[in-house]
Write a protein that binds this ligand. Structure first.
Ligand code: C2E
Ligand code: CA
Ligand code: CA
Length: 721
């Protein structure tokens, strides 16, 4: 019978679970709680009931054989379901969190998550009050009594005009070297009456009220001005030249709202601001959330491409929380993936988080993107991220967001000589007690040649010894720290020279002076990583007294900087796996440095370009395995003919280059005839023809000009064997 007066109607709960026992349990608990409930394990039946019975609450299992929970959520969203949803499942917290996010992003009302095993009390609790969806770690602490202050559009506008909005900067570091990589600018509103208003409150307000673009512009102007002035604050202090140089290169990340994506004038303004402040667009990282790709993929592709063409870097912020597919991701020209902090803060608790983070890092690298993680709250997490190859890290454990003054203090304190910190950085690099490495040996070999000394070392000073990562001219791998010259040299950023140890009271009675290797002359230039932590030195040793003039000191310094670049660079990406020589990227990354060294030391250099003309034919006739062997033999031949200090690389599929350092004529001709000779005997076994082009380094040359000239000469002369 129908009644026109409102009558009491009990709440209705519909349960979908493939496990009858679980379903029945929830059903019973609901009925005890005075709720009308129905249970089904059939999706069809379930959707029929959703429409006909109109439940107030729906409880669904996430993992069912015929249909998964997320799919059910999507279907419910399509039906415009108004019921409040409870997710029940026996899966781990992460999956529940993800499903919870998925539900609310589909516009469903999520009441809570009921993790198994559950109790009637838990269910009652959810049905009465609801529990917050998804993770709660990132949410600001709920105010105890008074609700958070909600500002109006007018107030926000006034705040912008009164410059009440400030920028906080959070440092971002390289996981492996711990070198400062950049800062993220985060907006802060210090309200005169209501104190600090979190960005999570006023950014959405700005977006809704059309103030987001002026706000972004304001933040960028302030942040760029700050960044441009930062190196200058350290340049005048004699202890900080290294830091000032670093600060000239670090990046600045800016959050860009999805709403701004269609506003091209905003990006034009950002470009102008870059030029006005002298910070190149390459140093600006625009952080966009993943949803920009899903909301309007066509605009996203168009705008992102233009932004990259302007030189900006573009990062996908909060990655892992949205729905971008691999295809979308691969199509869009992002330069960085920033893994959402909800996965990072839970790395140590949830195995699922570790799996997700590892997968994102592999995905990012597979697409040639930098990977960054935010929300690093402890050093174990940082160490874990480093071990799985994450490039960049940001979080409270490194430093919380600070105002300009706070950052200045932090930078100064970072640089203070803190032995504990230095040792931490040294150990985190994982270099100690590892096999010798060609990239450092090349530099110490070059140092013995250029300075005409018998011994050159790349030393690392740890708690109680100096250990040699590279040692040219001496077979010793380590000496006790108390005898170490290098532990003196790492006390400052300058090159330390001891012209004659016999005359220096610090070293006269040193065991390395009075017995082998009888050090008489020593020069060491500190090798730095991180925020300038001096790990050890590149040093020169001789048995005779000697001097090092200013030019020599600069040269040694430049060579220690080459070691620093090797430490900071991505070496694996620079190696040709077949021949173990440098690949083209590896050669290109080093060639200009070597040219610089030759120019500053007044040395001749010469470039050989060698092209294996009929490698393709050889491959076809003898098979690819024989072709690979031929390439390896050829690489070994280069190793025999040219010096270990020269820079050789596999430059293309069938091209090799060798940059001969300190090659005064007729040195190059001699090297060429040695090469022809060796190649002829190899030809007996491996009949492949080659052609060579070579050229001397000329004043003003850079790498490209040098390679281009060698290539022209090769084609002109056709010095074919
Ligand atoms: P976001 O872009 O994901 O920024 C990172 C947030 O994580 C910041 O919150 C930061 O303080 C916080 N955070 C940093 N390290 C940790 C950590 O170790 N653990 C945890 N749990 N959190 C950490 P913040 O500053 O409150 O900013 C919140 C959000 O507001 C930002 O999230 C961003 O989406 C938005 N936002 C902030 N400034 C701007 C802005 O200038 N423009 C736009 N469009 N959005 C902004
Ligand atoms: Ca961000
Ligand atoms: Ca983020």
């Amino acid at each position: 019978m129908l009644s026109s007066t409102p009558v009491y109607k009990p709440d209705r709960l519909l349960i979908l679970d493939d496990d009858a026992l679980t379903g029945q349990t929830i059903l019973n608990m609901a009925r005890i709680a005075g709720i009308e409930a129905q249970f089904t394990d059939m999706p069809d039946e379930f959707f029929r009931l959703v429409q006909s019975w109109q439940p107030d609450f729906i409880a669904i299992d996430l993992i069912m054989p015929r249909m998964d929970g997320v799919q059910v959520l999507i279907e419910l969203a399509k039906l415009d379901c108004q019921a409040e949803i409870i997710i029940s499942s026996g899966v781990g917290g992460r999956v529940l969190d993800a499903a919870a996010r998925s539900a609310s992003e589909h516009g469903l009302k999520l009441l809570g998550v009921l993790a198994k095993p559950f109790s009637p009390a838990k269910l009652r609790g959810i049905l009465r009050r609801g529990i917050p969806p998804a993770t709660t770690e990132d949410a600001p602490a709920p105010p105890s009594n008074n609700a958070p202050y909600v500002p109006s559009k007018e107030e926000l506008m006034a705040a912008l005009q009164r410059r009440e909005i400030h920028v906080a900067y959070q440092p971002k570091i390289n996981c492996r070297t711990r070198l400062l990589a950049g800062f993220e600018a985060l907006a802060r509103w210090r309200h005169v009456e209501h104190g600090l208003i979190p960005p999570d409150t006023f950014i959405p307000l700005a977006e809704q009220s059309g103030l987001i673009d002026p706000l972004t512009e304001y933040i960028v102007a302030e942040a760029l001005t700050w960044l441009a002035a930062l190196p200058g604050q350290f340049a005048t202090l004699p202890e900080h030249p290294y830091l000032a140089r670093r600060l000239n290169e670090v990046s600045l990340a800016i959050n860009i709202s999805n709403r701004s994506l269609s506003n091209l004038t905003l990006f034009e303004k950002l470009e102008e601001l870059c030029y006005a402040t002298g910070v190149t667009p390459q140093r600006l990282i625009l952080e966009l959330t993943e949803s920009c790709a899903t909301e309007d993929p066509v605009t996203a592709l168009d705008v992102l491409t233009r932004l990259r063409m302007k030189g900006f870097q573009v990062s996908i912020d909060d990655f892992g929380t949205g729905y971008s597919s691999m295809v979308q991701l691969a199509r869009l020209p992002f330069s960085e993936i920033k893994i959402d902090k909800s996965f990072v803060t839970t790395l140590s608790q949830h195995k699922e988080s570790r799996t997700v983070v590892k997968a994102i890092i592999d995905l990012g690298h597979g697409l040639g993107l930098y990977t960054a993680a935010e929300g690093i709250e402890n050093f174990d997490t940082l160490e874990y991220l480093r071990s799985i190859g994450c490039d960049l890290a940001q979080g409270y454990a490194i430093k919380e967001p600070l105002d300009a003054e706070g950052i200045h203090e932090w930078l100064s304190s970072q640089h203070r000589d803190d032995e504990q910190h230095r040792l931490g950085v040294l150990h985190s690099l994982g270099l100690l007690d590892t096999p010798s490495d060609e990239r450092f040996d090349r530099i110490t070999r070059l140092a013995t040649r250029l300075f005409n000394v018998p011994i050159s070392l790349f030393s690392l000073v740890d708690e109680n010894r100096q250990w040699f990562k590279s040692h040219t001219g001496i077979d010793v791998r380590e000496t006790p720290r108390e005898h170490s010259f290098c532990s003196h040299a790492i006390q400052s950023d300058q090159v330390m020279v001891v012209e004659d140890t016999w005359l220096d009271p610090r070293f006269q009675n040193n065991a390395l002076v009075t017995s082998t290797p009888h050090i008489r002359f020593y020069a060491g230039s500190p090798v730095r990583v991180g925020m300038g932590s001096r790990l050890g030195t590149l040093c020169l040793i001789a048995e005779q007294p000697g001097t090092l003039d200013d030019k020599g000191r600069t040269l040694l310094k430049n060579m220690s900087v080459m070691i620093e670049s090797e430490l900071a660079g991505d070496y694996l990406a620079h190696i040709d796996p077949m021949t173990r020589l440098l690949n083209r990227r590896g050669f290109d990354a080093r060639c200009d440095d070597v040219i610089g060294i030759c120019n500053s030391a007044g040395l001749h250099a010469c470039l050989f370009l060698i092209d294996l003309i009929d490698l393709k034919r050889f491959n076809q006739e003898h098979g690819p395995a024989a072709g690979d062997r031929a390439l390896r033999e050829f690489a070994r031949l280069l190793g025999r003919v040219f010096r270990g200090s020269d820079l050789s690389a596999r430059y293309g599929d069938d091209d090799f280059v060798v940059l001969l350092i300190d090659a005064t004529p007729p040195g190059p001709e001699r090297a060429l005839s040695r090469f022809h000779h060796a190649a002829q005997s190899l030809y007996q076994r491996i009949p492949i023809h080659y052609q060579v082009g070579w050229t001397m380094l000329e004043p003003g040359d850079n790498m490209q000009q040098l390679v281009a000239r060698a290539s022209q000469r090769m084609h002109a002369h056709n010095e074919t064997a």
